[in-house]
Design a protein around this ligand. Structure first.
Ligand SMILES: Cc1cc2nc3c(=O)[nH]c(=O)nc-3n(C[C@H](O)[C@H](O)[C@H](O)COP(=O)(O)OP(=O)(O)OC[C@H]3O[C@@H](n4cnc5c(N)ncnc54)[C@H](O)[C@@H]3O)c2cc1C
Length: 504
């Protein structure tokens, strides 16, 4: 235990989302006295993690390994599940494929190789998992999972945050709300204290180490314009209003190396009428619209602009938000016909979903604000371009189009069976990709690549993992892996430091 006269807290964790809570629990498990700081009030705790669907991407051997954290699945139920293998190599290859080979190999390897171990650690710490049925189709009497994402946390992000907070309370970790970290104090290139802004004023807490896990800059309009481009003013913020880049500024000021894709972000097509910033009374990712591979996407000029069937939605949804942002009015329509409508994800059937329905495509075009003639022409050309083949939404079926741009590479069915549906979407920013450079144990590196003594980072603040695109479910996994490692490293560091002080 640290020398109380020297350190008020061994480890101060900034943020109270998934990464921070994991870091706090891990630091406490490793014997440290821990303080967690959260900028928002208690009723708005949990950050972006609170808004998630709870989908979490892990490598796994087989269904039997998953059942170690899903004890409720009976042998009978297991016999009706088809669970394709998704090993570390599969996860690593997916990450590299969608990031165009740019993901930092050391960090990517750490994420992938630790994923299942950390899932089991979360489970031991009270996190309840369930099967992610959004990632499955019924076929031949069996539930077929696909896309490497069969796990989610019970009751989505709300459940995850509640369960982690329960564990934090059980362990007796202090949490201060309405406490915004603003600056680190350093002596001899080591972290010695942190300044915190509270409603009553500024307080300084002395500490041996700080773990910054306080998100990216997606909710900061000025930083969005500066780094992503001016059109990003128009994006809806899908998650927490508090992720305004504070931690990044604090770290850079302390000499951290900026790292990763600062001009990139995760963004999706979200309901045109979603709140402009995440509403803590409406969590659970209810506004997203992720079934676009089953249909077609049009801008209001009546043209398609992406290959809706390029890949499973997990591997394209995170980059199609910015394509929607580029369209006139920063909006688009997802169009489906009666053949695929029953297969749409649950969010399409919620009362919050905005949609239009008509018996014919002509009538549908009259209901929405679209260039009708062009819309009907584009559909006609698409229908003629659809190739024969076996339609199968559980695999990349190769049933595509020929001779049109953009193509639809998989799951191309003629759009010809009414009634027809139009779901208007706009661009919702999820999180930013740029961060600071950390090593695999979460130590923040300076511009020369050396660790800054006592400074750690986790979660969205870690740069270098995601570029261009992102394999769905990796945000929570990255937060948990790097949070757990940062907590353990910070504790080890403080223990070593305390020993030095005692021995002086
Ligand atoms: C709608 C939505 C759905 C998503 N769905 C999924 C999903 O299903 N699976 C998945 O893997 N990922 C998903 N994501 C992405 C995922 O939320 C993030 O990758 C992950 O939660 C980030 O965790 P974090 O702990 O780094 O940040 P957060 O959970 O955002 O936590 C950061 C915390 O830091 C606090 N903070 C900010 N500044 C300060 C400061 N100066 N001082 C103190 N506290 C501060 C914030 O208030 C916040 O509580 C989704 C995101 C959104 C918005």
């Amino acid at each position: 235990m640290a020398d109380e006269k020297f350190l008020t807290y061994d480890v101060v964790v900034v943020g109270a989302g998934n990464a921070a809570l994991c870091a706090g629990i891990s630091a406490k498990e490793n014997g440290s006295k821990v303080l967690i700081l959260e900028k928002g009030p208690i009723q708005k705790r949990g950050g972006n993690s609170f808004f998630t669907d709870g989908a979490i991407r892990t490598a796994y051997r087989d269904l039997e390994e998953l059942r170690e954290v899903l004890p409720g699945i009976t042998d009978e139920e297991a016999a009706r599940i088809y669970m394709p293998v998704y090993n570390e190599e599969d996860y690593y290859n997916d990450l590299m494929r969608v990031t165009e080979g740019k993901s930092d190999p050391q960090l990517a390897k750490q994420l992938v190789s630790q994923s299942m171990k950390v899932i089991k650690w979360l489970y031991e710490n009270g996190v309840i998992f369930e099967l992610n049925e959004n990632q499955s189709f019924e076929k031949d009497g069996k539930t077929h999972f696909w896309g490497g994402l069969p796990l989610k946390t019970k009751n989505k992000g709300v459940g995850l945050v509640a369960q982690l907070n329960e564990r934090v309370a059980e362990l007796g970790i202090d949490v201060w709300y309405e406490s915004r970290a603003i600056k680190l104090e350093m002596e001899n290139h080591q972290v010695t204290a942190i300044q915190i802004e509270q409603p009553e004023g500024i307080v300084t807490v002395r500490t041996g180490s700080v773990i910054l896990a306080c998100g990216g800059f997606e909710a900061n309009q000025t930083m969005r314009s500066e780094h992503l481009g001016s059109q990003w003013d128009a994006a809806i913020v899908r998650g927490s209003e508090y992720n305004t880049g504070d931690g990044l500024k604090i770290a850079l000021e302390a000499g951290a190396q900026a790292y990763g894709d600062w001009s990139g972000c995760h963004s999706i097509g979200t309901d045109l009428n979603a709140p402009k910033v995440g509403d803590f009374t409406k969590p659970g990712d209810i506004f997203k619209k992720s079934s676009f591979p089953l249909g077609l996407i049009f801008n209001n000029e009546g043209n398609r602009f992406v290959d809706e069937g390029a890949d499973f939605r997990n591997y394209t949804y995170a980059k199609y938000g910015r394509e929607v942002l580029k369209q006139p009015g920063h909006m688009a329509y997802q169009i489906f016909d009666a053949q695929v409508h029953p297969m749409l994800r649950k969010e399409y059937f919620l009362e919050e979903a905005t949609f239009f329905k008509a018996d014919s495509l002509e009538q549908l075009a009259d209901l929405i604000k679209i260039d009708k003639e062009q819309f009907l022409q584009t559909i006609e050309a698409y229908n003629q371009a659809v190739q024969e083949g076996d339609y199968n939404p559980t695999v990349k079926d190769g049933k595509g189009t020929k001779g049109i741009t953009p193509p639809k590479s998989n799951w191309a069915l003629r759009m010809d069976q009414g009634p027809f549906y139009a779901f208007p979407v706009t661009c919702g920013i999820t999180f930013t990709f740029g961060g600071v450079h950390v090593n695999p144990t979460g130590e923040v590196l300076d511009k020369e690549g050396a660790p800054i003594s006592g400074l750690y980072a986790a979660g969205e603040m870690v740069g270098g993992l995601f570029y261009e695109n992102y394999p769905g479910g990796s945000g929570l996994m990255s937060g948990a892996v790097f949070g757990k490692f940062a907590g353990a490293s910070a504790s080890r560091y403080v223990r070593g430091k305390t020993k030095d002080i005692v021995n002086q």
